[in-house]
Structures are given as C-alpha cells and as structure tokens.
Design a protein around this ligand. Sequence first.
Ligand SMILES: Nc1ncnc2c1ncn2[C@@H]1O[C@H](COP(=O)(O)OP(=O)(O)OP(=O)(O)O)[C@@H](O)[C@H]1O
Length: 455
Amino acid sequence: MKTQGNILIVDDDIDILETARMFLKQEFASVDIESQPEKIAGHFERKDYDVVLLDMNFKKGMNDGEEGFYWLNEILKMDHDASVILITAYGEVDLAVKAMKQGATDFVLKPWKNQKLLGTINSALKLRESRKEVERLKESQKSSPQQGGSFIDLIGNADALKRVKDLIRKVAVTAADVLILGENGTGKEVAARNIHHLSDRKDEVFIHVDLGAISETLFESELFGHVKGAFTDAKQDKPGRFEIAQKGTIFLDEIGNLSLPLQAKLLTVLQSRKVRRVGSNKDIDLDVRLICATNMPINDMVAEQTFRQDLLYRINTVEIRLPALRERKDDIPLLTEHFLKIFAYKYHKRNIKIADSTLTKLQTYPWPGNIRELQHAVERAVILSETDIINSVEPFISTPHRSSSIMNEEKTLDEMERDFILQTLERNNGNVTKTAKVLGLSRTALYRRMHKHGI
Ligand SMILES: Nc1ncnc2c1ncn2[C@@H]1O[C@H](COP(=O)(O)OP(=O)(O)OP(=O)(O)O)[C@@H](O)[C@H]1O
C-alpha cells in the first residue's frame, strides 16, 4: 500500500523530475513535479503539500544557493509547517546546513540513491505529521475552557494583594521565570494566567501541567513527548507539554511534589532550553515562558535536601508569594460579593443578598482552604438559602462545629485552625484524605498544618 502524503518536487532539470516522480509514485499517494519555481504558489493553492523537494540552484552555472533560500522562504511563508528537503550538489553541503538553520527540514545530495531519498522523505513526513499534531493540540488547548482559561482578574484591594498585582504587572512584560508560592486556593493559577495574559505571549497557548497528578513513570513522556516504539505503549509519536507550549507559557503547578530524580530531569531541560522526545536523538529548541508554583515550603525543602537548590535557582528568578485569605481579611466581603453574583446567576436567584453582619462574621473565620473554600461556601449558601437575604453564617458552613469556630472571636486564628482541623478529622474518623478534601486542601498541605499544630 502506498504511504499517504502529497509530495512536490521542484527542479529545473526535467530528467531529474521525471526519474524522481517515477520512483516516488510507487511509494506515495501523490507526487507532483514543477520545473519553474515561480509556479510553486499555484501548486500550494491547489493542494496541501506534506513534503517539498527543492533544488538549491535553478539558473545554469549558479551555485550560491540564493534562489534556493528565496524559494524556501516563500514556501515557509505559505505554510510555516512545510517540510522542505533541499536538493544539493556535492560541495554545497555548507549551504544546505545554512538552509536548515533557516527552516529546511533536511537535504539530499545529487545524484541520490533511491532508498536514501525514500528514508529522507519518510522522516520529513513524520516530522510534518508531528508538527501538525502539535498545532492541533495547541488549537484544542486554546479552545478548551479548562486549559485556555479566560483572564480572571485578581480581585482584592488589600495591601498584601496590591503588592502582588504590582509585581505581576512588572514581571509579566519581561522574559523572567517566575515562581509563585502560596497556600492551596490562594489564586496561584489565577496569578500565573494573569502573567501570561499581560505578556507579549498572550495570543499563544498557556499550558497548565499539574506535576502532582503525573505519575513518575509517565513524567518524561508527558512533558518531553516520545517517538513511536520508545516503550510498549508508545503506539505513535507524541509531542510533550513543553513542545505544545512552544512560543507560549508553561505553568508547572505543584513543583514541590517532584521526586529528586524527576527534578534532575527537569533541570537538564530547563538549563539547556532543549527537549528531546523519549526514544529520539534529536533536540528540539524550546521557546517557552516558565512559571512554576507550589504550596510547599520550598526553601525549607532545600535545607532538608528534598528539593534541589540548583533547580530552585533556575525557576525563581522572580518569586511571588500570594497571601493567605486570613492575611487579607478586608478582601473577604469583596470576594464573597463577587462569588455571590456568579452563583446567584447560575442558580437563578438573582435577588439574593448577604447581610452586612454576616459578611463581618465571615471575616472572623480562618479559611484554611482560602479563596477556593470561600467560593465553595458561597455556592453552598446560595443553594441552601430559602430567603433573599442571607443573614446567618449557617448556610455557608456545612456543620455546626464550623459555625461555632466562625463566631468565636476570642480565640486566635491559629487556635481556631487547630480546633477546626481536629473537628474535621474527628468527623471523618481520622481519614486524612477525606479531611483534606472537606477542607479544600491537598494531603500534603493538611499534613503540614497538622505538623504545625502538633496534631
Ligand atoms: N483574587 C481572586 N479573585 C477571584 N477569584 C480568585 C482569586 N484568587 C483565586 N480565585 C479563585 O479561587 C479558586 C482557587 O484559585 P487557584 O486555583 O488559582 O488557586 P491555587 O493557589 O492555584 O490553588 P492550588 O494550590 O490548590 O492549586 C479558583 O476558582 C479561582 O478562580
């Protein structure tokens, strides 16, 4: 069976064109020839070419390759993913190498051996397919609401947040790598998206990678991609997240959860700014903006040698720390009203309001799950409320224990947090996973707090 693929051969030597066509017709679905490069555009209007074989010199006696460069450029203007193979004579190899730097995929020397030509075209076809795959993935990422995500403004006027917003504005326009620190639910992802949207990469993709959710064994293949046959399940070539993020921003979330061996692998890629698919021997230059985030005490982890210092230095050119919600209590009413609007609309309760006294009481609760917890609480209150005015904290809170911790203003925030974790653990029979879920925390974050409170 013939291989799928449209091939165009451009050379002023009719003999070469005919011989190449005769041979390649047996192998590929469609082979066209052209002796006048000025007509390349016409071919591209009629067909989508996967591989173009292009002569370097057209005019007799010319061997500076200038025409080849010119037409290569024209082809890439028409289709920037085109795979162009240059046909060069012996002695023109330097020119061919220069052309590859300018976007050609490969070159073949005249006179060629048919099997060698076939191998070169097949590799170019593969490359073309994988470039198309990257483009397809980019498009699907852009249109997926989860990945593409729209720009959400960081709501809040508290001084601690104003400083963060200032820093974001300053750093966004630079190429600096950014490390965002902060507890769960403080808005690290929102901040990362803000940086992307305020940068000159805003029209390119924003790729969110949750490192905590990728298994140790799949890490390399997910991030760096793989070639067909690299391992048992590698049925076809697949680009990694770094490659998909080309020209855009890659957001490596939960970087503190990476094991030491994976930290080493990531460091190699970040240092060289090159990525190599698993099973391939070709490096791909990376042009990506790097933003990392973690809720772990990364500096302590360096001291404990569970996080590599050299990796930290590589990723934290600028460090942004998002304040916990309890450190910016003044913003609680504003955020509550913001979420109220969203959920009032969603649940068709357009007239719903929250009494001022209730808003004030919500400010006294420590919100260990931060803004995400507040968001869920407002959603619950809107669903449960039977009147238009919510004038109690009860509907915000799923249990009586929780409301007593809200209203008890005598205790310090730390004490309330400790009590609250204990109560929640008790209700979940000591199950940390369930407790973490109820509190809107990751297991690691919950363990850290339990450790802090001596639980
Ligand atoms: N300043 C803010 N204004 C409005 N909404 C916000 C703000 N900060 C966070 N949110 C909302 O709170 C929720 C949690 O935010 P986000 O996912 O960015 O937090 P995170 O710090 O990345 O959390 P995690 O560490 O758990 O991944 C999201 O629904 C987000 O839209």
